[in-house]
Ligand binder design. Sequence first.
Ligand code: TXA
Ligand code: MG
Length: 335
Amino acid sequence: MPDDPSVLPAIGTTGDVSAAALDAAVDVLRAGGLVAVPTETVYGLAAAASDTDAVRRIFAVKGRPADHPVIVHLAGADRLDDWAEDVPPAARALAEALWPGPLTLVLRRRPTVPDVVTGGRDTVGLRVPAHPVALGLLEALGDGLAAPSANRFGRVSPTRAEHVVADLGGDVDLVLDGGPCRVGVESTIVEVLDDHVRVLRSGDVTAAHLAAVLGRPVDVDVDGPARAPGMLAAHYAPRARVVLAEHGLPEVVTELVSAGRRVGVLAERIEGELPGPVVDLGAVGDPDGYARHLYERLRAADALGLDVVVAVPPAPEGIGLAVRDRLARAAHAAG
Ligand code: TXA
Ligand code: MG
């Protein structure tokens, strides 16, 4: 296995998707290989979803438990019925309104969907990504793409091609470089079974968006007992310990610094002076910026060899809810 994968620029200087990059990716996928693909949320580690051996390789490369299902990415909502059955009207309404976009629908699966994709469940997670490279590849391949985030299990998701290379090296055959991801945190996962609509993972599409489309409120169960398998209490963790400082940032930082810890701070903005040795990981500005930059800043903390990241969470509304969820899991991992 080579140490480095091939990396191809997938977007040209005029913003067009590179046909040569897509051709190369299709060749790799048809031969059973793995391709890292940019989406609007994070980079995915993709295999042709109908190729069970290739999907199995995803689990091996990630070190992911076999009972954690992977999302199948589709070229358009018109492919929904190839993968799901008994699709409720609410699911069609959400797909119609919010695809392509950062929304995964968990639906009853068709019997033809490989067990390795669903972790043996009777449901399948489906989404149409809002990214020209991912959509171009799906069209060119003519199959779904099974793709979890392109990181090792439990670690921080990649939002740039170089993150994938740093994490997975030659274990991925080809990386399509589509630049930094626009959203920065993973898709909202919504289970729609019969009449019951339930959010299993928070993301850029909020419960309020879903309710507005459906004309009725939806359930939110993002902390239920392993509702979305793989959404563990401890997840999304850098090597540095993550400490949340809802209030009293100066006191939290001062205590850690006096205990000899190398500390970085992550916040929308930092008011006033921080004690001398503390690294400002860069203000993220607003909740969208927080989501977009969260994972790269956690990676930067590790690259700088920091012991602790003190994070001031964004307000609990909009995408701020997803950022708070990921920060809480990263903090939990540190124990
Ligand atoms: O934004 C995203 O969703 C990214 C990009 C690449 O699309 N993908 C992603 O995949 O975050 P992954 O594997 O890191 O997270 C997928 C989550 C897991 O927690 C998994 O358990 C859940 O989706 N999931 C997939 N199928 C499911 C199902 N049938 N029932 C419940 N949860 C499911
Ligand atoms: Mg993941």
